[in-house]
Design a protein around this ligand. Structure first.
Ligand code: C2E
Ligand code: CA
Ligand code: CA
Ligand code: CA
Length: 281
């Protein structure tokens, strides 16, 4: 009826309005939390699949919301990107990860231990001054230049914009390693991996999930691993949850893995205790 139509119209408007208010509130909260240090980095080990030893770790952001508790990144990164707050957040991540790494080194992390951080494509769209500021910061901490990996998405690699390329080159020149995150879900091609001198390729969890049941996924992973090694690129498989997946990947020649089978992302104190502070007898 006409009446019902008008009601649903009102309902629709009301729910849209609520969504706008909620988003506005979220942005305000993000701003407030950035100013008040309400974020944390969790660390998830990346292991050598042959020795099961940790050799790298990925830093993953968590929002410690004053009222709502711990909020995962999927609930705020996209909005932070949309309103530009990702720039400030990204700088916080890069600095915090660097000073955390300096701590891990003091606690006895191996010389070739690396941490990897996620950098949003939006962070590459600006002037890139954060890179120079951050270089100064890492230098002051005395960190080895090749101890940090920056994870970008493969679509960024395909960007034709010169400024994006220039920034990636600047990072590479300083010895920062570049990893392609979520590999296989975007559109990158072999030639780009080679041209940009990529160091690490991370096979997306969606392929790892299918390894046991899909012959196609197994074959695709095999090809990716072979091709990467041919180009002298390390391969990390993401989201390994069981021993069967690990076995298939090891058979295919994959060297590194990350996933709940080894460890979930851990708060820094737990991470330090489990991996660096060994009680001596
Ligand atoms: P990602 O970079 O692909 O990170 C891997 C995600 O998979 C993490 O989710 C991790 O907790 C989860 N994961 C790892 N192993 C397993 C597993 O075995 N099973 C399952 N089910 N999940 C696993 P998280 O921490 O919620 O992060 C989600 C996404 O948020 C990340 O995906 C990344 O794109 C983004 N993100 C996280 N931290 C940052 C950051 O500091 N900056 C930016 N720009 N993005 C970030
Ligand atoms: Ca990542
Ligand atoms: Ca990933
Ligand atoms: Ca992913």
């Amino acid at each position: 009826s006409k009446e019902a139509g008008r009601n649903s119209h009102h309902f629709f408007e009301q729910s849209m309005l609520n969504a706008v208010i909620q988003k506005h509130q979220l942005v305000e909260d993000l701003r407030h939390s950035l100013a008040n240090d309400h974020f944390e980095l969790y660390y998830q080990p990346i292991v050598n699949l042959l020795t099961n030893k940790m050799c790298k770790a990925e830093a993953l952001i968590r929002w410690n919301h004053p009222e709502r508790g711990l909020i995962p990144p999927n609930e705020f990164i996209a909005i932070a990107e949309e309103v530009g707050l990702i720039l400030e957040m990204g700088e916080w991540v890069a600095r915090t990860a660097a000073s955390d790494l300096a701590q891990f080194k003091k606690l006895g992390a191996a010389d070739d231990f690396q941490i990897s951080i996620n950098v949003s494509p939006v962070q590459f769209k600006g002037h890139g001054r954060w890179i120079l500021d951050w270089f100064k910061y890492t230098e002051a901490l005395g960190l080895p230049r090749d101890a940090i990996i920056i994870e970008i998405t493969e679509n960024l690699l395909m960007e034709s914009e010169d400024s994006v390329r220039a920034q990636l080159t600047k990072l590479k020149k300083r010895g920062i390693a570049i990893a392609i995150d979520d590999f296989g879900v975007g559109y990158s091609s072999l030639s780009y991996l080679q041209k940009m001198d990529v160091d690490v390729l991370k096979i997306d969890k969606s392929f790892v999930d299918e390894l046991e049941n899909e012959k196609n996924s197994r074959e695709l992973c095999q090809v990716i691993i072979m091709m990467a090694h041919h180009l002298d690129i390390q391969v990390v498989a993401e989201g390994i949850e069981n021993a069967a997946q690990k076995q298939i990947l090891t058979n295919a020649g994959c060297e590194f893995g990350q996933g709940y089978l080894f460890s979930k992302p851990l708060p820094i104190e737990t991470f330090k205790k489990q991996y660096f502070i060994h009680s001596s007898p």
